[in-house]
Structure formats: structure tokens, C-alpha cells
Design a protein around this ligand. Structure first.
Ligand SMILES: *Cc1c(COP(=O)(O)O)cnc(C)c1O
Length: 403
């Protein structure tokens, strides 16, 4: 029996499993050390009271004949789609209708699955470094060519390097891609684009018939005024952009699971409606997000929900500024941390990302994430996240400052 060979092309050791292994080995050998993790991109604050209240209510409903809900509608419950259309889009002057909102179980699955809409020979472009799911899912889809283990480069992927040299702003690639992944604010660099800069990408995509996949998982962290909260703030985005949203980083749903993908009805390629294609896929391959979780998502938009989730984002951003300022004091070149819960730093003494990982683990007993795990241009960089508790963040940074 032949298996899907594309899966076998993926390098075996996934970033976070390598980190977990190294940390386990270190703690086994040094049981007295107090290791602080500022590495993994999971939140730590509990679900806020407004959402818990909505969950309880929905759970109780499910036990009554009138309140029972079976299979969810394919595209999600209209109460949530209408809320999102209203609060996330129309309130910002963007015309996204409820039937263009596809409720999902999170941004990871949708950002990994969206590539199914494109032909096998579609050329994909990614900012480099970036969230690894975009490239890995296209490896599985057979689009990425041959992997060079030494450089970490796939032969058929168009990389758009984002480094300190270009202020982390990608340039248009030499080769026109069919699909362009943009994650803004960015994981892992924490940087973002101003509205006029993003508009250029929308214009480029419309001009060249490319499709932009816009991952807005960190939208709630935007603190600067001229940074768009959605790509649909740019003129013409309805004909070239798909936007992927998540409830994970703004409201702590990493365990509850909820997200949404926006596919405008104006988005067509070769006469085919990507909206209709995604609807077909959703109906066939997606089980729907649970009723109780969609009610929980609705509660995020309530007055209390907004207040409480914004307080969580503010909590993480207080950590971010502690990390940012502490590392600056310690003499590091640091980026991000203003519109995102990520701090991206140049390693000390030009160490490789993994050398710096070992250095921080064994000296400060702090775990971070090697930048090279996010793409070839991430080499010699390192990511720290603001998702820890404030106490641990302060302890970790104070240790680094003393090195
Ligand atoms: C964390 C993260 C996600 C995952 O979101 P889920 O909704 O939890 O699946 C998606 N995209 C980026 C860039 C992320 O960092």
C-alpha cells in the first residue's frame, strides 16, 4: 500500500518536541533547578467569568428538551456569525456579512486546511520567519518541493525574509506567488504592518491574481492606531483575501477551541467561488464547533466579556513590556512586544538560535523558542512569550539581566 509520501518529507523532529526533550533532559540531570518557561505559545490565564457563565447556561440548556442542540449548522450558529460580522467588521467599517463568516474549531486547523482550495502546483509565499503551520500543511499538500536540511529551505516555497535589516517588513517576491500567507501581528517577530503598507499587498494580490491568507490571531494585541485590525480595512481586500480568526489568544480558548474564517463572496479565481468551495468543504469535512463553545464565543462580545478579556490581554502586555525593557537594559537587540505578546531578540554574541537556547536554559534556567524553528531567516534570533504569569516573567527576566 502506498502512503502519502508528502507526509514523509516533513522533517521529523518538530520544534516544540525538541524543546520539550531538551528541557526534560536538563531537569532530570538538575532536579534542584527551577526552570521557567517563556517559550510555548499557550496562554495561562483562566477563562473569564462572563464566558464561564455562558458556558454553564448552555450546558444546562443541553439537558432540556427545548434547549438541546444536535449537529451545529455547517457554517456555525447565526448568533455568533452575526455578532462577529457586527463587532469585528461592520463596527470597523468593513462590509463582511454573517454568511461570509465560517465558524471553526480554531485558527490552526483552518490555516492548515485552507491550502486544499488551491491547485497542487500553486506556488505559496510566506514571510520568513512565521508560524510553521502554513509551510508544513503545504508540504503535506505536495506543493513545497525538496527540503534542504542544511538551510531549512523548501525549493518551491517563496520566502520573504523579515529581519532587522528590513525592519521586518517583507518585500514583494521576485516570483509572483499564487498564495501569500501574512500573519499580522506576526508570530514570532511581534511586528506588524501599517495600513498603507498592508494596502500595497492587497493591491499586489489583486493585480497578480494572488490570494492572501491573513492570520489575525493576535488582532486583540494591537495597540497602535494606524495598524489595521482586519485586512478588510484595506480597499479591494474582498476580492483577494481570506482572513483567519481565533478566540485562543484574546480570550483563552486554546482548550475550548473556537475560531472563524472569513471567505468573502467576491473572492473568485478562474471563475470559481472560493466561498462556495470552502462551504462545500466545511459541510463535508468539518464537524462544527460545539453549541456550548459557540455560546461561549458569543459571550466574549458581551460588555463584561469585552472588559474581562481586554484585561487578560493587558495582563500579558504588561509581561511583554517587562521583557522588552528588561532585555534592552541587558543590552539585547529586541523587537515586537508592542502589538503582540511576542518578544523577538537577536541572540547574544551571534550564537545560533539553538546555542542560545542551551545557553539560556543552563545559565538562567529560562526556556524560550529558537528563532530558526520559524524559518531560515529566524536563525540567530530567539522568541520569548508574554503568556506566563507576571511573577515568573519578572523572575526570568531578572535572571537574564544578571547573567
Ligand atoms: C496560536 C496561533 C494560532 C492557533 O490558533 P488556534 O485558534 O488555537 O488554533 C494560529 N495562528 C497563529 C499565528 C498562532 O500563533
Amino acid at each position: 500500500m502506498n502512503v502519502n509520501e508528502n507526509y514523509l518529507k516533513l522533517p521529523g523532529s518538530y520544534l516544540f518536541s525538541t524543546i520539550a526533550k531538551k528541557v526534560a533532559e536538563y531537569t532530570a540531570a538538575n532536579p534542584d533547578k527551577d526552570v521557567i518557561k517563556l517559550g510555548i505559545g499557550d496562554v495561562t490565564q483562566p477563562i473569564c467569568p462572563a464566558v464561564i457563565k455562558a458556558l454553564h447556561k448552555a450546558v444546562d440548556e443541553m439537558g432540556t428538551p427545548e434547549g438541546f442542540h444536535g449537529y451545529a449548522p455547517d457554517l456555525g450558529y447565526s448568533f455568533l456569525r452575526e455578532k462577529m460580522s457586527e463587532c469585528d467588521y461592520k463596527a470597523r467599517g468593513c462590509n463582511i456579512e454573517p454568511d461570509e463568516v465560517f465558524i471553526s474549531d480554531g485558527a490552526k486547523s483552518d490555516s492548515g486546511n485552507i491550502q486544499e482550495l488551491f491547485s497542487e502546483d500553486a506556488v505559496i509565499a510566506v514571510t520568513d520567519p512565521v508560524y510553521p503551520v502554513y509551510v508544513d500543511s503545504n508540504v503535506m499538500g505536495g506543493r513545497t518541493g525538496v527540503y534542504d536540511e542544511k538551510t531549512g529551505v523548501w525549493s518551491n516555497v517563496v520566502y520573504m525574509p523579515c529581519t532587522a535589516e528590513n525592519n521586518f517588513i517583507p518585500s514583494f517576491p521576485d516570483k509572483v506567488p499564487d498564495v501569500i500567507y501574512l500573519c499580522l501581528p506576526n508570530n514570532p517577530t511581534g511586528t506588524t504592518l501599517k495600513k498603507d503598507e498592508l494596502q500595497k499587498w492587497v493591491d499586489y494580490a489583486n493585480e497578480h491574481d494572488s490570494v492572501i491568507i491573513f492570520d489575525s490571531a493576535y488582532e486583540a494585541y494591537i495597540s497602535e492606531d494606524d495598524v489595521p485590525h482586519t485586512i478588510y480595512e484595506c480597499e479591494g481586500a474582498r476580492t483577494c483575501a481570506i482572513e483567519i480568526r481565533s478566540f485562543s489568544k484574546n480570550a483563552g480558548f486554546t482548550g475550548l477551541r473556537l475560531g472563524a474564517t472569513i471567505v468573502p463572496k467576491d473572492l473568485k479565481r478562474n471563475g470559481a467561488s472560493l466561498h462556495d468551495m470552502w462551504a462545500r468543504r466545511h459541510g463535508t469535512k468539518f464537524n462544527g464547533a460545539p453549541y456550548i463553545v459557540q455560546r461561549a464565543g458569543e459571550a466574549v462580545y458581551s460588555k463584561e466579556g469585552q472588559k474581562e478579556t481586554k484585561a487578560q490581554v493587558a495582563y500579558y502586555m504588561k509581561n511583554a513590556s517587562y521583557i522588552l525593557n528588561g532585555l534592552k537594559d541587558a543590552g539585547y537587540e529586541v523587537y515586537g512586544g508592542i502589538n503582540a505578546p511576542y518578544i523577538w531578540l537577536k541572540t547574544k554574541d551571534n550564537m545560533t538560535s539553538w546555542e542560545f537556547f542551551d545557553y539560556l536554559l543552563t545559565t538562567a534556567n529560562v526556556v524560550g523558542t529558537p528563532g530558526s524553528g520559524f524559518g531560515p531567516s529566524g536563525e540567530h534570533y530567539f522568541r520569548l512569550t508574554a503568556f506566563g504569569t507576571y511573577e515568573n516573567t519578572v523572575r526570568a527576566i531578572d535572571r537574564i539581566k544578571k547573567l
